[in-house]
Design a protein around this ligand. Structure first.
Ligand SMILES: [Fe+2]
Ligand SMILES: [Fe+2]
Length: 274
């Protein structure tokens, strides 16, 4: 990445290579579109495979090989950790927890999957790693955290079994670290929420027809400039739409800082035993 230019990140998720609902042309088309965009970074937020099998991993690797971007971050999803698939993941992609930092952007990626379970967690033993990595940032650096599962409920994804089991604690850690953007995947429903001053952007599936309601396969494109951020959702073979355009905030508020502080002061004043 050069200095002082816009950073373009594309997020693709939930490829599900090997499943009957996987559509190869959607993935190859998305990769062609991504190569045309010439992004600085490609982040793949999990579920590359259907069942974590070696053959599926090899096929997914072949599909992803044409991506012409030197900075590719790949994370496992719950489907990739099935059948001890995380072993193959580590063989092909290396670390399941990693940090990438360049040109004023830091990405910390953490594996939220658990072997053979569909639900996930980050796990308190990794909070230290997350804090340590983001603590290296300069105040003006743009901070992105990436994980496979949901961090917050997403409408239209069924009864709530999709957020990480330690979502509250993870949200608190990320808010303390003043993270700007959180990238998720998992249930193939593209969405965006904001909590405190963080945006939680959930990607749909790029290449799988396991779709809920009228949702179509899509992926995310994020443009980061010195003073503003634009987020787009693009549908392979089809249109792209702007999800969000916002000014970067130099200062972040944290509502709960005040709440926790006020509570402490109240306790001291009132001598409350609670
Ligand atoms: Fe998925
Ligand atoms: Fe998933």
């Amino acid at each position: 990445m050069g200095n002082n230019k816009e950073t373009i990140i594309t997020q693709i998720s939930d490829l599900h290579v090997g499943e009957t609902q996987f559509v190869p042309s959607l993935l190859t088309r998305a990769i062609d579109e991504i190569n045309e965009m010439d992004p600085d970074m490609v982040i793949i937020t999990g579920d590359l495979t259907g069942n974590g099998f070696k053959r599926e991993y090899d096929t997914a690797k072949n599909y992803l090989a044409p991506i012409k971007c030197k900075n590719i971050i790949v994370q496992p999803g719950n489907h990739d950790s099935r059948n001890v698939g995380y072993m193959h993941f580590e063989e092909i992609y290396g670390e399941r927890y990693l940090t990438f930092r360049d040109n004023g952007v830091m990405v910390v990626a953490a594996d939220s999957s658990e072997p053979d379970l569909d639900n996930g967690q980050i796990g308190r033993e990794y909070y230290k790693f997350i804090r340590h990595e983001f603590n290296k940032c300069e105040p003006e650096e743009y901070k992105i955290f990436a994980m496979h599962h949901h961090l917050i409920p997403i409408p239209g994804t069924g009864r709530e079994r999709n957020i990480v089991t330690d979502a509250g604690d993870v949200l608190e850690v990320l808010a303390e670290c003043k993270v700007d953007l959180i990238l998720c995947g998992h249930k193939h429903v593209p969405y965006i929420w904001s909590v405190e001053d963080m945006y939680i952007l959930t990607a749909g599936t790029v290449s799988c027809l396991r779709l809920r309601g009228k949702i179509e396969p899509s992926y995310n494109i994020i443009h980061i400039r010195e003073d503003e951020i634009d987020i787009y959702r693009r549908f392979p073979f089809d249109k792209s739409e702007k999800v969000l355009g916002l000014k970067r905030k130099p200062e972040k508020r944290k509502i709960n800082d005040r709440f926790v502080k006020e509570k402490k002061e109240q306790k001291q004043e009132a001598g409350s035993p609670y």
